[in-house]
Design a protein around this ligand. Structure first.
Ligand code: NAD
Ligand code: MG
Length: 394
């Protein structure tokens, strides 16, 4: 029986994780669930899964949540609040596995704490890895933590790696990674229509049902840019050894090309419960609730080169990882600010790439060797991106 802590339980990945947990009550016990502010969702999850701890990061909402809990049959559950509480529950002695499913930089400190504490870290929160890079990977190897990727592409690549593969190491016979992408909702939209697409159109992903931030990232293909950096770190590959492949059917979730010419692919229906169940059962396998793939319904698969004119964010991500140092941190922070501004209709869709590019131009690839340097770069890049947005709207 393993104890699991789910950081970001109320989000898309959190809900899918609890669905898988619910199928295996003999193998997993929920120790802690966390949410930012969705206290109704968290309350229902707590009623169903009876964790020992619940964290509501937003302090004002935590007070309302405590009242709800006090008047409920689970009044003995501990309720914590504030960002430090995330680190506390991620490192509890009876937590074996931490699902890192907070969106954005807010997930960095608790995910890093779980890695330092030697937990099995199921990593969905790609922004945490992208912004902290080697610091995160070194924390994993120093503590002996087990790192299992949840992002569908990276989970697919992990599954296509040699037996006994450990994340963070270069598989010598693996020549290339083919990182697949759906191309998002605007793959065929006329370029001149892109400035006017709305947040609602951007979050309506053709294949995956996800949170709003990652859905916008998929529409700009910054999601693939972040995943490129994620793949460099997780599999110790050079950016030029990773080819992004647009595969609109989203049936192949990525591939590994070996020196003997073998290309291994992992396939399945686009449902995050597959990578979640893979990581939860690893090195065994168990049921995820995902329907079997009907290969006759798939019938055919397409593969295209990404168009960097349509998707400039992908180009910026290649530039950031090649420049190194703080540049991936800056890319990620500027993107978070730009996506927020787009979702609140302060800037246009095509401004997202512009904001990131202009923000990156104000930084040099200085060292990102310590957490303090990373956090300082993150803060500064957010300020710079806000300034760029103000200049755009002036
Ligand atoms: P989501 O928006 O649906 O959920 C985010 C979760 O994080 C929520 O539980 C929310 O309460 C919590 N959260 C948000 N801000 C917070 C803060 N400041 N402090 C603490 N908690 C906070 O997002 P999602 O789609 O589930 O994505 C989560 C992560 O997983 C992202 O990093 C995303 O890139 C990655 N991911 C998601 C998918 C997917 O299919 N949804 C696939 C691959 C990777
Ligand atoms: Mg992905």
């Amino acid at each position: 029986m393993k104890g699991i802590c789910i950081l970001g339980a109320t989000g898309s990945i959190g809900v899918s994780t609890l669905d898988v947990v619910g199928r295996h009550p003999d193998l997993y016990k929920v120790v802690a669930l966390t949410a930012n502010g969705n206290i109704d969702g968290l309350f229902q999850q707590c009623m169903q899964h009876r964790p020992e701890y619940a964290v509501v990061v937003d302090e004002a909402k935590a007070a309302d949540f405590c009242e709800k809990i006090a008047a409920s049959p689970i009044a003995d559950m501990s309720v914590l609040s504030g960002p430090r509480a995330l680190e506390q529950v991620a490192t509890l002695a009876n937590v074996d596995t931490v699902m890192a499913a907070i969106v954005g930089a807010a997930g960095l400190l608790p995910t890093l704490a779980a890695a330092k504490a030697g937990k099995t870290v199921l990593l969905a929160n790609k922004e945490a890895l992208v912004m902290s890079g080697q610091i995160f990977m070194q924390a994993v190897s120093a503590s002996g933590a087990t790192l299992l990727p949840i992002d569908s592409e990276h989970n697919a690549i992990f599954q296509c790696m040699p037996a006994n593969y450990v994340a963070g190491h270069r598989a010598k016979q693996a020549r290339r990674i083919l990182l697949t992408a759906s191309g998002g909702p605007f793959r065929k939209t006329p370029l001149e229509a892109l400035p006017d697409v709305t947040p609602e159109q951007a979050v309506a992903h053709p294949k995956w049902d996800m949170g709003r931030k990652i859905s916008v990232d998929s529409a700009t293909m910054m999601n693939k840019g972040l995943e490129l950096i994620e793949a460099c770190l997780l599999f110790d590959m050079e950016p030029d050894d990773i080819q992004v492949v647009i595969h609109p059917q989203s049936i192949i979730h990525s591939m590994v090309d070996y020196v003997d010419g073998s290309v291994l692919a992992q396939m399945g229906n686009p449902d995050m419960r597959t990578p979640i169940a893979h990581a939860m059962a690893w090195p065994e396998r168990f049921d995820s609730g995902v329907a079997p793939l009907n290969i006759f319904e798939v019938a055919h698969m397409d593969f295209e080169q990404p168009d960097l004119q349509r998707f400039p964010c992908l180009k910026l991500a290649y530039e950031a990882i090649k420049a190194g140092g703080i540049m991936p941190t800056v890319l990620n922070a500027a993107n978070e600010i730009a996506v927020d501004a787009f979702l609140s209709e302060k800037v246009r869709f095509t401004d997202i790439a512009l904001i990131i590019e202009q923000s990156m131009a104000r930084f040099a690839p200085e060292s990102a060797d310590t957490l303090d340097l990373v956090l300082a770069a993150d803060r500064k890049a957010r300020d710079v991106a806000e300034q760029v947005i103000q200049a755009l709207s002036a």
